[in-house]
Design a protein around this ligand. Structure first.
Ligand code: NAD
Length: 482
């Protein structure tokens, strides 16, 4: 079946076109080959855009919210019925430990159900500016949306862009990440099996490189771009979109700080920080990569962190009980090991990560590293490293905690640990991050908006606000006479 081979999906048909070759898909836990995927081209991307344009203009999709709700509920049921298979495929393909992969798929079908409801709640407004002078503000689908996603959460990151776009009445052309074409195709197979979904509403083209992505960010028939990925690529996409003035929604990189005050429940803070650091081995945009600790409990937290992260259970993502899976590929394994060596000359390394050995030697494993650092201008603090490296920083009071936590260009997610709710609320008001969790980390909900300040993005996904990116407001004016 085409889905297992990561084929493209255009106008309701699986396509194996490989104008730019066929690539192997590698299991990062052991280096074995899982399957292949064909790489598309600019022409194929153009074909998918035309199919999506035809679907938004010639089917009833854009004008029938009940049809959209029905299709999304059907899709959610199919995705749920395949949860375990898709989770195992994801664990094999991107190294997410299988329990977390199960949660990810559940978040995907939960999100589709949420937007099935929202699709039936898109209302406009009316205004009477004088006797017999009537304005209608209608909400209309923006048109064709390109959805470009990364590899680290190939189900939820896809559904959280596609579901509000479909709920709004748009059609989509997707470009999945080259690392996860098989999991992606398994989700596309759920769309393919959705009885109420008209052909051409959901399309997808694979690639390795930037040819397809460039078409999807510059084609004149694309109205909106919903991009999730690095801040660097986000800037390129924004520049490509400028020529035809597209609406852009960008969910970009992060550098999440966890700020621990001396009145916090330290056991809880430690448990949350450990989970927040280890989630997909530091390869999530919201992963904790900085731990800021108040002076009086700093030494205690440092020793506990070194002990907790020093004895994580590293292993295949497919084996239950694994705490830490592999990095996505050998390039990133070598990059992270190189960063540790380089930074060890410049900051105090208190826990050194290393590659897997023995039966893990063929996988792309790296265990966690911790650096102590004072200089907020250092790369360890300023750059998104996207791996299991954390910087441990000391602060004296609330003001210093705030100025240190806010000292990067990223503003995606953060967490604060304190038993003083007033302090927690003061901190949440001043932290320049799209999300602030109090006494916990990484609680993402379909109902609640998420997104970034500064170089972490533009716009919000999840929640009702996500619809704003995929709807236009039109003013219709008429005079009936007094
Ligand atoms: P990436 O930016 O390299 O790639 C993301 C996607 O963009 C991939 O599909 C890639 O093929 C495509 N792409 C690359 N160059 C392109 C171009 N010139 N034009 C169009 N498309 C292009 O990111 P990645 O390494 O796959 O993912 C990791 C990054 O994603 C991290 O920075 C992480 O923080 C970020 N991320 C953000 C969120 C969020 O919600 N804010 C969620 C997950 C990941």
């Amino acid at each position: 079946m085409s889905a297992e081979q990561g084929h493209h999906y255009i106008n309701g048909t699986w396509r194996a076109d490989a104008p730019n070759g066929i690539g192997d898909v590698i299991n990062p836990s052991d280096g074995t080959t899982l399957g292949t995927a064909p790489y598309g081209s600019a022409d194929l991307a153009g074909e998918a855009v035309i199919a999506a344009r035809a679907a938004v203009e010639t089917t009833s999709w854009a004008e029938d919210p009940r049809l959209r709700a029905k299709a999304m509920l059907e899709f959610a049921d199919i995705l749920e019925s395949r949860q375990a298979d898709i989770a195992r495929l994801m664990a094999a393909e991107n190294g997410k430990v299988v329990g977390q992969a199960m949660h990810e798929v559940a978040a995907g079908f939960g999100e589709a159900r949420y937007y099935a409801g929202v699709a039936r709640n898109v209302f406009g407004r009316t205004f009477e500016s004088g006797p017999g002078k009537m304005s209608l503000m209608t909400r209309e689908p923006s048109g064709v949306v390109s959805v470009i996603v990364p590899w680290n959460a190939p189900v939820t990151l896809l559904v959280r862009s596609v579901a509000p776009a479909l709920a709004a009445g748009c059609t989509v052309v997707i470009k999945p990440a080259p690392q996860t074409p098989l999991t992606h195709a398994a989700v596309m197979a759920c769309f393919d099996d959705t009885p109420s979904l008209p052909k051409g509403v959901v399309n997808s083209v694979n690639e390795y490189g930037t040819e397809v992505g460039t078409v999807l960010s510059s084609h004149p028939e694309i109205d909106v771009i919903s991009f999730t990925g690095s801040s660097r690529t986000g800037k390129t996409i924004m520049a490509n979109a400028a020529e035809t003035i597209k609406h852009v929604s960008l969910e970009l990189g992060g550098k999440a700080p966890a700020v621990v005050f001396d009145d916090a429940d330290l056991d809880n803070a430690l448990a949350e920080i450990k989970r927040g650091v280890l989630a997909l081995n530091g390869q999530m945009c919201t992963c904790i990569s900085r731990v800021l600790v108040q002076d009086s409990v700093y030494d205690e937290m440092r020793d506990c962190l070194v002990a907790a992260l020093g004895k994580t259970k590293m292993g295949s993502a497919l084996i239950g009980g694994t705490e830490l899976g592999p990095l996505i590929d050998s390039h990133n394994q070598n990059r992270i090991l190189g960063l540790i060596d380089q930074a060890a000359d410049e900051a105090t390394l208190i826990l050194r990560g290393s590659a897997g050995e023995g039966e893990l030697a063929d996988g792309f494993f790296v265990s966690p590293s911790i650096f102590e650092i004072d200089d907020v201008s250092h790369d360890l603090v300023q750059r998104e490293l996207f791996g299991p490296i954390i910087s441990l920083e000391r602060f004296v009071d609330e003001n210093e905690a705030l100025s240190k936590a806010n000292a990067t260009r990223f503003g995606l997610a953060s967490s604060v640990y304190t038993s003083d709710l007033n302090r927690g609320m003061r901190m949440s008001r001043k932290l320049r991050f799209g999300t602030v969790w109090l006494n916990c980390h990484n609680r993402l909900l379909a109902e609640v908006e998420t997104g970034g300040y500064r170089e972490s993005g533009i716009g919000r996904l999840h929640g009702v606000e996500a619809m704003n990116d995929f709807l236009e407001t039109k003013h219709v004016y008429y005079e009936t006479g007094p």
